[in-house]
Design a protein around this ligand. Structure first.
Ligand code: PKZ
Length: 179
């Protein structure tokens, strides 16, 4: 990470700690409620610049025998670290994401993710997160995976060339969340 990073303030529009964060896009595979095949993650504001997210590891997320697929875990980190950027009040996209898979995660577990902005410079937003199993046979305080991600702030027009590819009519377009 660069050493000239700054931290954004926690804005007034952000929910109080424990308050629910809205989905950023109703068709999102990670959090959208208009995406039947999706992961239906939910998010809450934490203290300071932290947000938390929850994922129930469905049977269909299986990678190795009985355990979560690494790509699914990566989606979850992408999502929660992107949601940590919601404090900025505008859209971001992922530029780089790296995951450390520390422990196997059994199907049926409930994962809790904690993510935050570590710093910003220009349009670059450096984030990190970790995951713990909070329900399931191996639940505990052990960190089962960690992630670092670089997000880039973008203008809403970024998605304009893709408008024709959206399936159906979104109820919560990206960048117009109900925060
Ligand atoms: C009230 C309103 C509420 C709104 C509420 C919003 C809530 C928000 C929640 C979102 C939650 C989403 C969670 C899922 C998020 C996805 O999954 S997004 C989908 C996956 N990502 C993509 O599709 C992005 C595809 N890539 C791109 O479009 C372009 O490469 C990017 C990322 C926009 C960058 O292109 P660009 O804008 O032309 O940027 P560029 O000028 O090249 O680079 C800018 C800086 O970034 C650096 N950079 C760019 N790419 C990289 C990279 N990959 N690695 C390292 N450095 C990089 C450059 O070196 C440069 O650095 P500096 O010169 O400033 O030091």
């Amino acid at each position: 990470m660069p050493d000239d990073l700054t931290l954004p303030p926690r804005p007034d529009f952000f929910p109080a700690p424990g308050g629910a964060l809205p989905q950023h896009w109703s068709k999102c595979f990670g959090c959208g409620d208009d995406q039947p095949a999706g992961m239906a993650m939910t998010f809450t504001a934490g203290e300071g610049l932290e947000v938390s997210g929850r994922l129930t590891v469905a049977q269909r997320y299986q990678g190795g025998p009985g355990v979560i697929h690494g790509g699914i875990l990566s989606v979850a980190f992408d999502e929660v670290q992107g949601m940590a950027c919601m404090v900025l009040g505008g859209p971001v996209v992922t530029g780089h994401l790296e995951i450390d898979f520390a422990r196997p995660i059994p199907l049926g577990s409930v994962l809790e993710f904690r993510a935050r902005i570590d710093g910003m410079v220009r349009r670059k937003v450096y984030t990190s997160a970790e995951a713990r199993i909070v329900e399931g046979p191996t639940a505990g305080d052990t960190v089962v995976a960690t992630s670092r991600g670089l997000f880039l702030t973008i203008k809403p027009e970024h998605f304009a060339p893709m408008a024709d590819f959206v399936d159906g009519v979104p109820v919560s377009p990206f960048g117009t969340s109900s925060l």
